[in-house]
Design a protein around this ligand. Sequence first.
Ligand code: FES
Length: 155
Amino acid sequence: MLRVDELAPGEHRVVQVGKRSIGVFRVGDEFFALADHCPHQGGPLCRGRVAAAPTSGLPGEFGMADGAFVACPWHGWEYDVTTGQSYFGPGEAPVRSYPVSVEPAAAHPAAAHPTTGRLPGPYVADTYDVAIEDRYVVIDTAGRRTRADDEGDGR
Ligand code: FES
Protein backbone atom coordinates (compact mmCIF):
# COMPACT_ATOMS: atom_id res chain seq x y z
CA MET A 1 0.00 0.00 0.00
CA LEU A 2 1.29 3.43 -0.92
CA ARG A 3 0.10 6.84 0.11
CA VAL A 4 -0.89 9.01 -2.86
CA ASP A 5 1.74 11.62 -2.01
CA GLU A 6 4.54 9.03 -2.16
CA LEU A 7 4.38 9.04 -5.98
CA ALA A 8 4.51 12.28 -7.94
CA PRO A 9 2.90 12.36 -11.39
CA GLY A 10 5.21 10.53 -13.82
CA GLU A 11 6.88 8.46 -11.10
CA HIS A 12 6.62 4.76 -10.48
CA ARG A 13 7.74 2.30 -7.84
CA VAL A 14 7.99 -1.46 -7.48
CA VAL A 15 6.28 -2.84 -4.37
CA GLN A 16 5.95 -6.32 -2.91
CA VAL A 17 2.42 -7.61 -2.41
CA GLY A 18 2.82 -11.00 -0.79
CA LYS A 19 5.13 -12.90 -3.15
CA ARG A 20 4.27 -10.66 -6.10
CA SER A 21 6.45 -7.84 -7.33
CA ILE A 22 4.21 -5.15 -8.80
CA GLY A 23 5.01 -1.82 -10.43
CA VAL A 24 2.71 1.07 -9.43
CA PHE A 25 2.68 3.96 -11.92
CA ARG A 26 1.23 7.42 -11.52
CA VAL A 27 0.10 9.01 -14.78
CA GLY A 28 -1.29 12.45 -13.98
CA ASP A 29 -3.64 11.77 -11.11
CA GLU A 30 -4.39 8.17 -12.12
CA PHE A 31 -2.64 5.07 -10.81
CA PHE A 32 -1.94 1.81 -12.64
CA ALA A 33 -0.31 -1.44 -11.61
CA LEU A 34 1.56 -4.02 -13.70
CA ALA A 35 3.28 -7.27 -12.85
CA ASP A 36 7.04 -6.77 -12.65
CA HIS A 37 7.49 -9.65 -15.09
CA CYS A 38 7.99 -9.03 -18.79
CA PRO A 39 5.99 -11.48 -20.94
CA HIS A 40 8.81 -11.53 -23.50
CA GLN A 41 11.47 -13.38 -21.50
CA GLY A 42 10.68 -12.61 -17.87
CA GLY A 43 12.72 -9.44 -17.37
CA PRO A 44 12.07 -7.00 -14.49
CA LEU A 45 9.74 -4.89 -16.60
CA CYS A 46 8.73 -2.28 -14.03
CA ARG A 47 12.34 -1.29 -13.31
CA GLY A 48 12.60 0.20 -16.79
CA ARG A 49 12.30 3.81 -17.87
CA VAL A 50 8.88 5.35 -18.41
CA ALA A 51 8.15 7.85 -21.16
CA ALA A 52 5.41 9.07 -23.46
CA ALA A 53 5.45 7.52 -26.92
CA PRO A 54 6.92 9.57 -29.75
CA THR A 55 4.68 10.08 -32.79
CA SER A 56 5.40 11.18 -36.31
CA GLY A 57 3.00 11.90 -39.17
CA LEU A 58 5.57 13.10 -41.68
CA PRO A 59 9.33 12.96 -42.01
CA GLY A 60 10.84 15.74 -39.89
CA GLU A 61 7.71 16.21 -37.79
CA PHE A 62 7.30 14.57 -34.43
CA GLY A 63 5.47 14.90 -31.16
CA MET A 64 4.74 13.00 -27.98
CA ALA A 65 1.52 11.05 -27.51
CA ASP A 66 -0.52 11.10 -24.31
CA GLY A 67 0.05 8.24 -21.92
CA ALA A 68 3.10 6.45 -20.64
CA PHE A 69 5.04 3.43 -21.73
CA VAL A 70 7.48 1.42 -19.66
CA ALA A 71 10.45 -0.06 -21.49
CA CYS A 72 11.73 -3.40 -20.21
CA PRO A 73 15.41 -3.02 -19.26
CA TRP A 74 16.36 -6.35 -20.85
CA HIS A 75 15.41 -5.92 -24.52
CA GLY A 76 13.49 -2.66 -24.63
CA TRP A 77 9.99 -3.89 -25.38
CA GLU A 78 7.58 -1.13 -24.44
CA TYR A 79 4.26 -1.60 -22.66
CA ASP A 80 1.40 0.85 -22.16
CA VAL A 81 1.26 1.24 -18.37
CA THR A 82 -2.52 1.89 -18.50
CA THR A 83 -3.37 -1.45 -20.15
CA GLY A 84 -0.24 -3.65 -20.07
CA GLN A 85 -0.36 -3.90 -23.86
CA SER A 86 2.92 -4.10 -25.76
CA TYR A 87 3.23 -2.71 -29.23
CA PHE A 88 6.26 -4.86 -29.96
CA GLY A 89 5.70 -8.44 -31.08
CA PRO A 90 2.11 -8.20 -32.36
CA GLY A 91 0.07 -11.16 -31.13
CA GLU A 92 2.14 -11.62 -27.97
CA ALA A 93 0.32 -11.60 -24.62
CA PRO A 94 0.11 -8.31 -22.71
CA VAL A 95 1.74 -7.98 -19.31
CA ARG A 96 -0.60 -8.69 -16.43
CA SER A 97 -2.21 -5.56 -15.06
CA TYR A 98 -4.08 -5.08 -11.80
CA PRO A 99 -6.95 -2.80 -10.79
CA VAL A 100 -5.85 0.12 -8.61
CA SER A 101 -7.96 2.36 -6.43
CA VAL A 102 -7.21 5.37 -4.28
CA GLU A 103 -8.94 5.13 -0.93
CA PRO A 104 -9.02 7.45 2.07
CA ALA A 105 -6.94 6.38 5.03
CA ALA A 106 -10.17 5.78 6.96
CA ALA A 107 -10.86 2.85 4.57
CA HIS A 108 -7.87 1.04 6.07
CA PRO A 109 -9.26 -1.86 8.11
CA ALA A 110 -7.25 -1.03 11.23
CA ALA A 111 -7.65 2.20 13.15
CA ALA A 112 -4.86 4.76 13.19
CA HIS A 113 -2.96 5.43 16.41
CA PRO A 114 -4.99 8.03 18.33
CA THR A 115 -2.18 10.55 18.80
CA THR A 116 0.39 9.85 16.07
CA GLY A 117 -1.99 8.93 13.24
CA ARG A 118 0.27 6.00 12.30
CA LEU A 119 -1.40 2.95 10.77
CA PRO A 120 -0.80 -0.43 12.44
CA GLY A 121 1.76 -2.72 10.83
CA PRO A 122 1.49 -6.49 10.48
CA TYR A 123 3.10 -7.45 13.79
CA VAL A 124 2.16 -6.99 17.43
CA ALA A 125 4.81 -7.62 20.08
CA ASP A 126 3.78 -9.52 23.18
CA THR A 127 2.99 -7.20 26.08
CA TYR A 128 2.31 -8.01 29.71
CA ASP A 129 0.50 -6.47 32.62
CA VAL A 130 2.74 -4.55 34.99
CA ALA A 131 1.94 -3.66 38.58
CA ILE A 132 3.85 -1.94 41.35
CA GLU A 133 3.80 -3.91 44.59
CA ASP A 134 5.81 -2.80 47.63
CA ARG A 135 8.10 -0.66 45.44
CA TYR A 136 8.85 -3.51 43.00
CA VAL A 137 7.72 -3.57 39.41
CA VAL A 138 5.93 -6.87 38.84
CA ILE A 139 5.46 -8.28 35.38
CA ASP A 140 2.64 -10.77 34.93
CA THR A 141 3.76 -13.27 32.28
CA ALA A 142 0.77 -15.54 32.85
CA GLY A 143 -1.39 -13.71 30.36
CA ARG A 144 -0.80 -11.78 27.18
CA ARG A 145 -2.10 -8.23 27.17
CA THR A 146 -4.28 -7.31 24.18
CA ARG A 147 -5.14 -4.04 22.53
CA ALA A 148 -8.73 -4.51 23.76
CA ASP A 149 -7.35 -4.58 27.32
CA ASP A 150 -5.67 -1.23 26.73
CA GLU A 151 -8.78 0.34 25.25
CA GLY A 152 -10.85 -0.92 28.20
CA ASP A 153 -8.36 0.68 30.61
CA GLY A 154 -8.58 4.00 28.81
CA ARG A 155 -4.81 3.93 28.11
S1 FES B 1 12.49 -9.73 -21.31
FE1 FES B 1 11.54 -7.82 -21.46
S2 FES B 1 11.94 -7.19 -23.46
FE2 FES B 1 12.80 -9.12 -23.33
